[in-house]
Design a protein around this ligand. Structure first.
Ligand code: PRP
Ligand code: MN
Ligand code: MG
Length: 181
């Protein structure tokens, strides 16, 4: 285990099994629909790349970067488009793929945008859901795990851009972020 991690919340095997389950469900629900999976960079990249490989159906992939946290553990509430989609979503069945929903601000913003661009349908799949911190009415259509209100990293989730490459999801030791201003 990494020295900055206090405890492992979800092991590699637990994540792998859940991703398989979600992939099987999406395969069933989207058969014949050629869905467009939108990865919300950067956090959702590992999850999306595993998820699409668990989907036994036609699927297209695109990437969008929106950032609200920057180098902080608290959402600024300001969502910024860093990279837009290449693909038109008009008339498409869109699956927005997220690593975690916290306040829900990032997704509310993104969903509004996609609705205005006239997607045929929009669903959200998130690996982690942290409902304790929700300030919006947002609920994911597909969710892997509910997590407690702790700062979790790994499998895409970062603190100050680090730990995204951990193959498991862990709770960061408090001393790592406690001297934040
Ligand atoms: C994190 C996470 C989600 C979002 C969730 O992204 O990956 O996208 O915050 O928080 P919210 O529900 O309160 O909006 P971040 O902005 O840190 O960018 P990143 O994915 O590049 O790390
Ligand atoms: Mn993100
Ligand atoms: Mg982040």
């Amino acid at each position: 285990m990494h020295e900055d991690i206090r405890e492992v919340l979800l092991s590699e095997a637990e994540i792998r099994n859940k991703v398989k389950e979600l992939g099987a469900q999406l395969t069933e629900d989207y058969r014949g629909h050629n869905p467009l999976c939108i990865c919300v960079l950067k956090g959702a990249a590992p999850f999306m790349s595993d998820l699409v490989r668990a989907m036994d159906t036609y699927v297209e992939m695109d990437y969008m970067a929106v950032s609200s946290y920057g180098h902080s553990t608290v959402s600024s509430g300001v969502v910024r488009i860093v990279k837009d989609l290449d693909t038109s979503v008009e008339g498409r069945h869109v699956i927005v793929v997220e690593d975690i929903i916290d306040s829900g601000l990032t997704l509310s913003y993104l969903l509004d945008l996609l609705r205005r661009r006239n997607a045929a349908s929009i669903k959200v799949v998130t690996l982690l859901d942290k409902p304790a911190r929700r300030t919006t009415g947002l609920k994911p259509d597909y969710s892997g795990f509910e997590v407690p209100d702790e700062f979790v990293v790994g499998y895409g989730l970062d603190y100050a851009e680090k730990y995204r490459n951990l193959p498991y999801i862990g709770v960061l030791k408090e001393e790592i972020y406690s001297n934040e201003g």
